[in-house]
Design a protein. Structure first.
Length: 351
């Protein structure tokens, strides 16, 4: 059954790729991906190479997309800093803002947000976080994007749906701000060097509660949110459902990467791992892996930020479950399965 024409903004990123994969699996969609670079994964989607920070380029390449029925916004500009408002608002204005006036059959826009909506990046905050919680102290580009789209939607027949995943876990070449790649390369380097897989943050961070989001689950949830009539005008937290503490999964993650389990040993990843590029390059050559440099796979300073959090990160999933999206995933099993997928894709060496 024909579903419509979907545009995925930020199609080369982890969340964008997951939406494209989910649309393909659902069938019946005509899919258009927007990104600056061509896809580095197999897809039947049509890609448009566009620089959404250049309004003229966006209008020239997107102004003819008259048949679009659904837009999935998964774009990100300039890293994860919530204060980076101007470029991230521009991504929305120069994509949805250009397509919406010409797409007369537009039915729904799905906007991707995250835990920063609740101030999770600022420090201890109310948990579990629910969709009706008040905003945190701005600046925060999620607020500007949402306010722009809410204003754009007024009086129109299309509706806006907002998804708020936890940290999104999925692999992708060329996306170094990626927890999966970070864990995978750190564990692989520990194995190669014969050193334990130590937790690099403080013990308090080792023990806090976490809820993350599998990229595949997020893709399927995005398609559900795009077509479920009751979702119009709603926001949904979207995590794996089950939470975890690093202290109870760290040993299993070490073994799944072939590394010796370690202990809590805080150290600056950006300092002590920055010079390990030649070791990674040798592994790539020895095992015939995809020719990807360490810098293309991981940003170690991102790990320093991730593993320094000493407060709970817990988004409540009850609303999306009550609306009918009930899928849940065990997070440790998710990591182990994704490491196996990376090995199958020749992004990690065999055990």
């Amino acid at each position: 059954m024909a579903q419509g024409t979907a545009v995925v903004v930020g199609a080369s990123g982890v969340s964008g790729r997951s939406v494209i994969d989910a649309l393909a699996a659902a069938g019946g969609w005509n899919v258009i991906g927007l990104a600056r670079r061509p896809p580095n994964f197999a897809t039947s989607a049509r890609f448009i190479s566009v620089d959404l920070l250049r309004p003229a380029d966006a209008k020239a390449k997107l102004g003819g997309l008259h048949d679009v029925t659904h837009i999935f916004f998964c774009g990100l500009a300039g890293g994860f800093a919530a204060e980076n408002v101007a470029p991230n608002l521009a991504l929305v204005v120069n994509s949805v803002g250009v397509i919406e006036p010409v797409a007369r059959g537009l039915e729904r826009v799905v906007l991707m947000q995250g835990g920063k909506y609740y101030g999770a990046h600022l420090g201890p905050h109310k948990t579990p976080a629910v969709e009706t919680d008040s905003r945190a102290l701005p600046p925060n580009f999620y607020y500007d994007q949402q306010d722009y789209l809410t204003g754009l939607q007024q009086g129109k027949r299309w509706s806006l749906v907002i998804l708020r995943p936890g940290a999104i876990i999925g692999f992708s070449r060329g996306v170094p701000l990626n927890m999966l790649n970070l864990l995978a390369l750190y564990g692989t380097l520990c194995r190669e060097l014969g050193v334990p897989f130590h937790f690099p943050g403080p013990r308090a961070a080792f023990q806090v509660l976490n809820k993350y989001t599998d990229a595949g689950l997020l893709g399927r949830a995005s398609v559900w949110a795009a077509v479920e009539p009751r979702c119009g005008g709603e926001a949904f937290n979207m995590t794996n459902g089950a939470g975890f503490r690093w202290e109870y999964v760290w040993e299993g993650l070490a073994r799944s990467l072939g590394a010796a389990p370690g202990d809590v040993r805080p150290f600056p990843m950006a300092t002590l791992l920055a010079d390990k590029g030649p070791i990674w390059d040798a592994l790539v050559r020895r095992h015939g892996l995809e020719p990807t440099s360490m810098d293309e796979m991981v940003t170690w300073s991102f790990g320093d930020w991730l593993f320094s959090r000493t407060w709970d990160y817990w988004l409540d999933d009850r609303k999306r479950i009550s609306f009918g999206f009930t899928e849940m995933i065990d997070t440790e099993a998710m990591f182990v399965g994704l490491f196996e997928q990376m090995r199958a894709a020749r992004l990690l060496p065999p055990l």
